[in-house]
Design a protein around this ligand. Sequence first.
Ligand code: OGA
Ligand code: ZN
Length: 383
Amino acid sequence: MSIHRSGSLRITAPNELSLVAEDGSALALHPLWLRERCKDAASMDLRTQQRLQDPSDFPLELRITAISQPGSGIYRIRFSDGHEGTFSAADLLEEAALAPNSHDCPAPHMWDGSLSKLPRPRWSATPADSELMSWLEAFLGFGFIIFEGVPTQPETVLKVGAQFGFVRETNFGALFDVRSTPQATDLAYTSVALDPHTDNPYRAPVPGIQLLHCLVNETSGGLSTLVDGFAVAQALRTQHPGAFDILASTPVRFKYIDADTELTANASPIELDVTGALRAIHFSPRLDFVPLFAAPRLAAYYQARQLFDRRLRAPDFEIRFLLAAGDLVMFDNCRLLHGRTGFDPAEGLRHLQGCYIDIDGPRSLYRVLRRRLRDAGAARRSA
Ligand code: OGA
Ligand code: ZN
């Protein structure tokens, strides 16, 4: 679905620079696409890398009037507005290779219930850049990571969250305690099993990432479950494209209510981006209410929902693991669904602390580390 353009740059006509793919097909780079990427001090503020000119002011009929190659991998281009820009071939190729919907991060590596080697590193509050990078690669690829050996001091989950992004405070506070309590305000705070769900689909925006840190687990049940919602949606798309389309186009109302709060948000269970690729899953059977549509539409929706939910709950897609004291799982709440098996509170205490952060935190950190590790590598090579 995503367009990935790779190849090499070549001057294909006197005033034309093209990206030439391996099969020989050429894509001429549009003069305006190049002009708005000029990196000289007249075009952009060099410190912030933000543009100084509004590109809508460039003439639509802008042309290239000359191209030269003053050095290897460097192009000098003169435009019909009189401006001359210098371009690095490496920069242009890197940018051309980005798919239109790319986050410029590792792509999701989809998995199912057969995933046996879980990303489960030992936690360190002061990881080296390369170690932090390996955590981020695992998290962004699998959509989750389980840290072992996180100190079981209360509120440590906030410190772990802050390592990757900014903690998102909600009406539950910066941090929430997950343990069974008699007057629970949410079924999560009881001992019942929780089917696969995404958290807080009633919020706008939905929390991007959830962290759950186990402080105590004296019960034999209460296993944590995870499902890669993208893998399930992809399977549905292949096997039942009609059902997939219904779930991608039906707005569902999600609702949370307590004495001081009333939150509602509308989202389709499967959310697509403008290229038609999977963007998010919004699914919580405790909280979803489809609007009143005509009976045939509702019948089709209920059937599609059942097909999706049966797969979400099937062992073919789900992994289970015990969160012991000191384990912390961090997962993408827009891609993965999570749940737990029920437990008997008479066996003992089960106490988790959780918090939310946004997905842009780890993505930003990944790009910053990539830059830092590249620069460090280049410095070592030139030393
Ligand atoms: C939650 C939740 C899972 C657990 O608090 O949202 O899903 O393992 N908890 O208790
Ligand atoms: Zn939950």
